[in-house]
Design a protein around this ligand. Structure first.
Ligand code: SF4
Length: 289
């Protein structure tokens, strides 16, 4: 097993979710794609597969990209461009509809996305952008913008941790507010989202050198315009630090490829980036045989 991944290692919630779902998928995503030399066909294939996205995630990331572009304008004291944002979103959906195999996991795995699915993604995305401009942004535009969607790392008990927070603002009362845009339903408000926000709070305390009481965190659901505050006690934050350090240690304890058993399940494999290369995945998806 190559050692490059160890040099690059940093715990993240995304990494943990894949580790918990299927160790083999985790191996392909974070370790296998660095095996061999550049140009090696398997390595190149894994590199490509590691970048594709489930359709629903692709749509969510596109909405994030559109908002990130607007934040870039705002950070330069320029007005937001709602029409331009809508046009860009529509254009990107159309482009992927023409070439889905360049990026959408399901189509790489031999499934077909219908016109109705693209239309639903288009109208849902536009509704979420409408809500952003008309309902959500007015509450934020007067605040001081501290950062948006920057990849950052920090240390938790000697473990490097990666975070990328959607938006950090500061209120007139000097409160640091962490905002995470959610492009799914409120019913997806789960323990993963809750833990992710805890990690963001730890990062903000470290990054801005502020006490926990001065940091607030909120999930903002773009589809409804609703916000949910996430509150963490000092004890919960300490527990989270311990848990991150323990789980990172488990990830680093692996020695050989046999430490990454597959954990197949129909839906998981169908939506897995590596189903076309994984023996278990190929067996579970008839279209690939
Ligand atoms: S196809 Fe299934 S078993 Fe194979 S790596 Fe993906 S999730 Fe795991």
């Amino acid at each position: 097993m190559n050692t490059y991944w160890r040099k690059m290692f940093g715990w993240s919630k995304t990494r943990q979710v894949l580790w918990d779902e299927c160790k083999l998928a985790y191996y392909y995503q974070y370790i296998g794609k660095w095996e061999g030399f550049p140009g090696d066909p398997k390595r190149e294939r894994l590199q490509r597969l590691s970048k594709i996205k489930k359709f629903i995630f692709w749509k969510g990331e596109l909405i994030h990209e559109v908002i990130r572009n607007q934040m870039a304008l705002h950070s330069r004291n320029k007005p937001l461009l709602e029409d331009g944002a809508r046009k860009y979103f529509i254009q990107q959906v159309e482009e992927i509809k023409q070439h889905p195999k360049t990026i959408i996991t399901e189509t790489v795995n031999g499934l077909t996305l219908s016109d109705d699915q693209f239309e639903a993604a288009r109208s849902d995305g536009l509704k979420q952008l409408d809500n952003f401009f008309s309902i959500i942004w007015p509450d934020y535009r007067e605040r001081r913008l501290l950062e948006y969607e920057r990849l950052n790392s920090f240390q938790v008990r000697q473990t490097k941790v990666w975070v990328q927070v959607d938006l950090i603002t500061q209120t007139d009362e000097e409160k640091t507010v962490i905002t995470d845009w959610k492009t799914g339903d409120e019913r997806w408000l789960d323990s993963n989202a809750d833990e992710q926000m805890g990690v963001y709070i730890l990062w903000a305390i470290d990054r801005f050198s502020v006490p926990a009481a001065q940091v607030s965190a909120e999930l903002v659901f773009l589809r409804s315009g609703e916000s949910h505050a996430i509150v963490k006690t000092q004890d919960q934050l300490e527990e989270l630090k311990e848990s991150i350090a323990t789980r990172a240690k488990e990830m680093l304890a692996v020695q050989t490829e046999t430490d990454f058993p597959p954990d197949p399940a129909d839906r998981r494999c169908r939506e897995c980036n590596f189903a076309t290369i994984c023996p278990e995945g190929k067996q579970r998806i008839p279209l690939l045989n």
